[in-house]
Design a protein around this ligand. Structure first.
Ligand code: FE2
Ligand code: FE2
Length: 218
């Protein structure tokens, strides 16, 4: 610990030692720094003070908001494809309803950008792109009009919900840590909706779709 603290002033003293100071002794290092207030120690930039921690965390939060903003927008294109491909009305409706919910969630994220004093900006979310690609591949890999397709689409959609739950859950916590309770409250509403969507999909799968799919022959 002690050596780590002294490492920054050591660099500084090394320069001055070359120029003038004849004392190589490390004990004089701390003194020479304190005697030279004209040049503020550069180590301040590298020290993880509390305020800098917060600003880095806030930067990370903003980045995550941009990421999920892209993801939600992307879902407004993917969900209609899933709804169209689904076999049962119940599954179609679940996807269509969640599209409406997703549009509201996008509005909420725009509110969050506003609170942060930023313009809404989407940053490509590779994870959501991958998850939705997988969902769309299910459409190619399953037979049209089967409950097997619905069972597979439900599972794919739940992967989307779980990614969203993880993201919003994390964002709510980080917002609280940063003292941004207004943002935490807004995102907590979305978190609840994602959890409800996930539960609804589970209910549909368990109550009807999976059993019906189990009876389908290849
Ligand atoms: Fe969402
Ligand atoms: Fe969702």
């Amino acid at each position: 610990m002690a050596t780590a603290k002294k490492s920054a002033p050591l660099k500084k003293s090394a320069k001055s030692a070359k120029k003038a100071a004849p004392k190589p002794a490390s004990k004089s290092v701390a003194r020479s720094v304190s005697k030279a207030p004209a040049k503020p120690a550069p180590r301040a930039k590298k020290t993880f003070s509390e305020s800098e921690d917060s600003s880095m965390l806030q930067e990370f939060m903003l980045d995550s908001v941009k990421d999920i903003y892209w993801a939600e927008k992307h879902l407004t294109k993917a969900l209609p494809k899933l709804a169209k491909a689904a076999t049962s009305d119940e599954v179609k409706k679940a996807f269509q309803d969640h599209l409406e919910v997703t549009l509201q969630q996008i509005d909420r994220l725009e509110q969050v950008f506003g609170i942060l004093g930023k313009k809404p900006q989407a940053k490509k979310c590779d994870a959501m792109e991958g998850i939705t690609k997988e969902a769309e591949s299910i459409i190619d890999e399953t037979q049209k009009g089967t409950k097997t397709r619905d069972a597979a689409l439900i599972m794919a959609a739940q992967k989307v919900e779980h990614y969203e739950i993880a993201t919003y859950g994390g964002l709510v916590q980080v917002s609280k840590t940063l003292g941004k309770n207004d943002i935490a409250d807004i995102l907590a509403q979305t978190l609840q909706e994602e959890k409800q969507a996930d539960q609804l999909l589970s209910d549909i799968a368990e109550s009807s779709v999976n059993n019906q799919a189990a009876g389908e022959e290849e």
